[in-house]
Design a protein around this ligand. Sequence first.
Ligand code: NAD
Length: 268
Amino acid sequence: MRVAIVYNHRPETLAVVQELEKLLVAHRIVRNDDHPEVVVTVGGDGTLLKAFHRYLPQIDHVRFIGVHTGHLGFYTDWRNYDVDRMVDALSRRQPSSVSYPLLQLKITAKDGVHVYTALNETTLKGIAKTLEARVYIKNEFFESFRGDGLCVSTPTGSTAYSKSLGGAVIHPRLKALQMTEIASINNRVFRTLSSPIVIAPDEWITIIPGEMTDFVVTLDGHQLWHRQIEKLEYRISSHVIRFDKFEHTHFWSRVEDAFIGWDDTGQK
Ligand code: NAD
């Protein structure tokens, strides 16, 4: 078994990493950050996003385990004080995993065609001026958008930025993509649907920006740099992300814990 560790540099994280390294040696598990079978992240959701992008070229061969050193994250199932149980399970149990869809973004620009993969979402946002764009679904014209921007998210990304935009929380076992609007202009001249939409697995969204050039494209919180983007195409990736299954928190418990945090007696 080859295990990689990706972590942030908070003192509480470094203490967990030290303990984890000792436990791996004790269980004769090899630390291999270049060609792992399992990637353990220690930190928060941001650490897991970083690890996902680092190991994207090997995504079909790795599975992830997230250990959180802050409060429960969406991609982090294990608590910092549970790492000994986690390593023990890793050394004894048959590998089993749960997989979730990813988003493929294809950008056609003056400098060529570029393909990216997102775990959470990708956004297209005007900077100072209004974003103008035509939206197509399955190559059929859908709407002319004017406003601050558009966000296309995966089911696991539905609890991140997409939720702040009024998107629905989507169970990550559903193979779907959700498009949400960011401050669309709706008046007698301009009209958009003004609701988030969820597309089916065999559908794709195409966005063609208008003449303006001052807009940005982000992917999982990072800006992509391309000059003169002509077209953006969003579809469900043919790859998935796999998480180790042995301590995978019930999705709706995670949603309740993150966003509501009350028990059934009304106590926090
Ligand atoms: P960050 O790393 O500071 O993360 C911002 C917050 O988003 C953190 O609390 C993190 O735990 C949470 N988060 C990340 N992925 C999540 C998920 N799938 N479900 C629920 N919560 C999640 O921010 P960053 O590095 O700029 O971007 C990373 C991600 O954070 C982005 O992909 C975006 O989805 C999200 N984000 C959300 C908002 C917002 O809701 N307004 C703003 C910025 C970033």
